[in-house]
Design a protein around this ligand. Structure first.
Ligand SMILES: Cc1cc2nc3c(=O)[nH]c(=O)nc-3n(C[C@H](O)[C@H](O)[C@H](O)COP(=O)(O)O)c2cc1C
Length: 352
């Protein structure tokens, strides 16, 4: 039924500006209730003491304001990362700011953390949880464009969301907030991580905290991040956000638009970064692989390279809602083919 519906709707969506199409998708998912079948136990996974029905989540940026996560879970995603949320509401950059690169199976966005602000997002979570509280939701945290003390923003947001989120993500890697990626630099990252750790310790906050990094980091920068993470209380690393780099292979006329590139053109890059980070951290830190994932083989490869969980965004836009159940079936096929009894056993196996 879904497949049929989407086959009719999808060509139409392609003629609608991306943000309008996104608004319709959000409306659809916020009303979507049909629960998908429970997942095959081979996909059940425990990461940071959280039980994931399956390891495939929807990446940050899709449900920025926490209005559609129940529908996305009902559709079959193992978890949803809402946000990016900032303390104060902000409208983001001038439109147009999202561009489809259909031939490249990619998107460029320069949204700039448009969201309704922490207070309203928290209200949305509280309201939606009343409908059905069984869900796994991460909240992705970012700084306001005009913030004078970015690190304080993260601590404040941690304070606001730690009781409602299953995990929190410190997003210091979006390319559309000037200066945000400076927080990935060694000295700044050390301060951020220390302040967050000390707040968690003083307030006995057990909610896992992840860090989301960008795919354009050099080897040296990646090494610095790994060292800091290894000596910190950060529980996991999400690899990666969108890229500001452009290869000459891109075909679509939008390829020179400013912003972050996602989808197929960043697949290899995100995969290699994850693989390298797994080696740098000796497999000690749970990793969440994201970037260009569009089928079960991509997921399996990311898991073998060291991902405990994965996320996707762009392939949902190009393939539609049926993508998640298809990916899960394909992943089950690959796991069984290699005689794994559970997805956890395959994590990092390409290194052994
Ligand atoms: C339109 C759009 C908006 C996004 N917004 C956010 C965001 O608010 N915060 C964030 O951390 N990542 C954001 N991302 C990045 C995704 O979470 C993800 O890291 C990236 O798109 C790579 O995955 P993909 O290739 O599967 O899309 C956004 C991506 C897209 C396409």
């Amino acid at each position: 039924m879904f497949e049929k519906f989407y086959k009719i709707i999808f060509p139409i969506l392609n003629f609608i500006p991306p943000e309008v199409a996104h608004g319709l998708a959000i409306k659809f998912f916020s009303n979507f209730k049909k629960k998908s079948d429970s997942d095959d136990s081979i996909l059940n996974s425990n990461v940071c003491n959280l039980n994931f029905p399956n390891p495939i989540g929807i990446a940050a940026g899709f449900d920025k304001n926490a209005v559609a996560y129940q529908g996305l879970i009902a559709l079959g995603f193992g978890f949803v990362e809402i946000g990016t949320v900032t303390i104060n509401p902000q409208s983001g950059n001038k439109k147009p700011r999202v561009f489809r690169l259909a031939q490249d199976k990619a998107i460029i966005n320069r949204l700039g953390f448009n969201n309704i602000g922490a207070e309203k997002v928290l209200e949305n979570i509280e309201r939606n949880d009343k409908k059905n509280s069984s869900r796994l939701v991460g909240v992705n945290l970012g700084k306001n464009l005009d913030s004078k003390k970015p690190i304080n923003d993260y601590v404040e947001l941690l304070k606001i969301f730690n009781k409602k989120a299953n995990y929190l993500t410190l997003n210091i890697s979006s390319p559309n907030t000037p200066g945000l990626r400076d927080l990935e630099k060694k000295d700044n990252l050390e301060i951020l991580v220390k302040k967050v750790s000390s707040y968690r310790r003083k307030n006995s906050i057990k909610t896992p905290v992840f860090l989301k990094i960008d795919p354009d980091l050099s080897k040296k920068e990646l090494g610095d991040v790994a060292d800091i993470i290894l000596s910190s209380t950060i529980d996991g690393v999400i690899i990666s956000n969108t890229s500001v780099k452009r290869s000459n292979d891109l075909i679509n006329k939008n390829s020179n638009e400013k912003g972050g590139l996602s989808g197929l053109p960043i697949k290899e890059k995100s995969n290699i970064l994850l693989k390298n980070f797994y080696i740098l951290t000796n497999g000690k830190i749970p990793l969440i692989g994201v970037g260009g994932i569009s089928n079960g083989k991509d997921v399996y490869e990311r898991i073998l390279n060291g991902a405990s969980l994965v996320q996707l965004y762009t392939s949902l836009i190009y393939q539609g809602p049926t993508v998640i159940n298809r990916i899960k079936q394909e992943l089950i096929y690959f796991l069984k083919k290699d005689n794994y009894k559970n997805v956890n056993q395959a994590i990092g196996k390409s290194h052994k």
